[in-house]
Ligand binder design. Sequence first.
Ligand SMILES: [Zn+2]
Length: 397
Amino acid sequence: MMKTIHKAFSFRLYPTQDQEKLFASHFGQARFVYNYFLRQRIDYYAFNKGQEKQSLNYHDTARMLTELKKQSDTVWLQEANSQSLQQSLRHLDNAYNHFFNHGFKFPNFKKKSGKQSFIIPQHFKIDIQTNRLHVPKITPIKIVLHRQMEGVAKSVTISRKSSGKYFASILCETQKDIHPRDTGGEIGIDLGLKSFFVTSAGESVQPPKFLRTSEDKLKLLQRRLSRKVKGSNRRNKVRIKVARMYEKVTNQRNDFLHKLSHRLVSENQAIFAEDLNVKGIMANHHLAKSVADAGWSEFIRQIKYKSEWNGVHFGQIDRFFPSSKRCHACGWINQSLTLKDREWTCQGCGRVVDRDFNAAQNILQFGQVGRDAAEPSKRPGRGGAVMPLAELGSPGL
Ligand SMILES: [Zn+2]
């Protein structure tokens, strides 16, 4: 089956000083538009709550932006590529949708000190002969194309990391003929409390030692930074060190995650994981921190798209499913289980249950039931591996 696939390719940019200034003005204007309309949307809702029209949508803000550009004190908004500013509005609109429909955090105001970016949705060109990126309103920018792209480039995002490095992320669209894989294993994976994850096949994976060492160094630097006087030269020096270390940790972690997700996707025909949505995680602050540190959401993102590209079935199960509390062998529910319990004895069948391994087994079973219910014709008689849904216990227990 032909499928449309999106893939982002990231390349380092080496702007001249003049180009850096133009980038800075684009970042600033994109940030201004984002923050200005976030404020507008909040205020509009505050004044119109309960009315027939109580919130602003993308089109309202786009019209308001056109007006804003004509006003004398914001006429400088005309300096940036207008499509980049519209993308800021879209970005804000997506953040709102994620908040209302998918349980994400309410959008934050963007800070000058964070990562800066703007999007160019059209009228750009990548010249592979001269290694230059052409975008509206800026002279050709030096780009290092260290790998080949696939498909048609749809948009470019130019960003500046807090370490001061510039990147272009090029989003490409391509058509791929994908057939569902019918060889390899089927696994459930659970975010472990002590390890990075545990699979239903009994594998437990730890983050590599070098990554943990780098993370410790980063924490140490961040503590040093917090003790320095704001605005001082010393603080600025440490800030740059922190930013570089942060970048190193991110790269090491992504490398670790890419190798893992690649291996799991190539070994299996079906992968199931829990849908740890942000609201659920926030309920437990400790878990939230370790989840963020371990890069779990990035890992799931990678498994998801790599599965899609390789015809592997990927399913996420409801986070309210009692994957830790339920004995995977007999279905008994341990109501008194706490986060501290690593192991428990099942009152239903008497076996000693390892918390993480048990959860991974449950995720696999529940995932298979969900999949087979959705496409029964493709999965005739899978034997005893799959239990009827009713026996798995209802969600919310
Ligand atoms: Zn049991």
